[in-house]
Design a protein around this ligand. Structure first.
Ligand code: NAP
Ligand code: GDP
Length: 323
């Protein structure tokens, strides 16, 4: 490290959130920051030796830790053990290697879907460990909850500044649009594109899985990226902070599907396959802590962000395997 220059390593830097941080960093470059964005091709972080090699190569002073096995409801339901083990291994390697190599600060990523299933609303940061998570994604949830436990233990035993953020559902350019493992927004964008190729007449139907009634808070990846930069630069508490849109911006899955249909100019009819799982009914989170620091932060309106994501998919889907 030369002078006070920060070397910031972003694990999971090739994914939805990592790519958004890369975009935002280029709009707000700072002379004292060098950024490194890595994906799984640069090394498997579930392997301790490969993790150490990465840290020895890049010598980061700061880490944004995004790398994880990530997937939508249906992928989680069928792979709870894999989500649990993979994410525990990745997190243990990244946090312990950060400690061993003297990293000054680590910001890791939890999710609002790891909160207790039976709870009062809105959920806040104090409630992460207050009861079992929803059964559909307990593997992912317990692995993610442990990050907060690690952060407290590294702080208590060694004085480390390892912290975490808790985003609500994220979407945007570079999302995982695959049919097998995607979250609801990229899944619907991708499937509606495929439907429109076949038939976009008034007689066409498009199937949304579940009842369409569950509620979600969705954050545009570029808004989340701006908040991540603020956390890295300004937020120095070990306790997690929720990074979510406001409570009144929560939407139903059917509203999300209708917004996507409008963005694609889909002329047919939406139908609901109620034999499919709904997952958690809602996980409404309070962003009061975030608002106490950034009262004027402006989130991109949901329909604008959906339109930008659809346009990005339209322009890029032939180039990327995840599309
Ligand atoms: P993503 O698009 O699936 O990206 C995952 C990233 O992790 C990719 O860069 C991937 O590399 C990397 N990765 C996966 N396994 C790895 C391994 N064994 N070794 C090294 N790198 C590995 O996921 P995302 O949506 O950006 O999620 C980023 C973070 O946000 C995650 O921690 C996730 O839990 C959290 N989060 C996401 C959401 C959401 O709605 N998406 C909501 C809340 C929190 P390759 O692509 O090169 O394989
Ligand atoms: P969650 O927010 O963690 O539950 O994960 P998702 O992003 O996968 O959202 C799941 C919600 O969207 C559930 O209510 C599903 O029933 C609904 N949904 C509707 N169609 C789809 C789809 O094609 N894929 C996914 N993943 N979810 C869908």
């Amino acid at each position: 490290m030369s002078g006070d220059k920060k070397v910031i390593l972003v694990t999971g830097g090739t994914g939805l959130v990592g790519k958004a941080i890369q975009t935002v960093v280029t709009e707000d470059e700072r002379a004292d920051e060098e950024w490194i964005f890595l994906g799984s091709k640069d090394g498997d972080l579930s392997d301790k030796i490969q993790t150490k090699a990465i840290f020895e190569k890049y010598r980061p002073t700061h880490v944004i830790h995004l790398a994880a096995m990530v997937g939508g409801l249906f992928h989680n339901m069928s792979h709870n053990l894999d989500f649990l083990r993979k994410n525990i291994h990745i997190n243990d390697n990244v946090l312990q290697t950060s400690f061993e190599t003297g990293v000054v600060k680590v910001v890791s990523c939890l999710s609002t879907c790891i909160f207790p299933d039976k709870t009062t609303y809105p959920i806040d940061e104090s409630m992460v460990h207050n009861g079992p998570p929803h059964p559909s994604n307990f593997g992912y949830s317990y692995a993610k909850r442990l990050i907060d436990i690690y952060n407290r233990a590294y702080h208590e035993q060694h004085g480390c500044c390892f912290t975490s953020v808790i985003p609500c559902n994220v979407f945007g350019p570079h999302d995982n649009f695959s049919l097998e493992s995607s979250h609801v927004i990229p899944a619907l964008i991708r499937k509606m594109h495929d439907q429109i190729q076949k038939d976009n007449s008034e007689n066409a139907t498009f199937t949304v899985l579940g009842t369409g009634k569950p509620l979600r808070q969705f954050i545009f990846s570029l808004d989340l990226a701006r908040l991540f930069l603020w956390v890295l630069r300004e937020y120095n508490n070990v306790d997690p902070i929720i990074l979510s849109v406001d409570e009144e911006d929560e939407v139903t899955i059917s509203k999300a599907a209708e917004t996507i249909a409008k963005a694609w100019d889909f002329r047919g009819r939406l139908v609901y396959d109620t034999s499919q799982a709904d997952g958690q009914h809602k996980k409404t989170a309070s962003n009061a802590k975030l608002r106490s620091f950034l009262p004027d932060f402006k989130f991109t309106p949901f329909s604008d962000a959906i339109q930008q994501t659809v346009e990005w998919f339209r322009e890029n889907h032939k180039r990327d395997a995840r599309l």
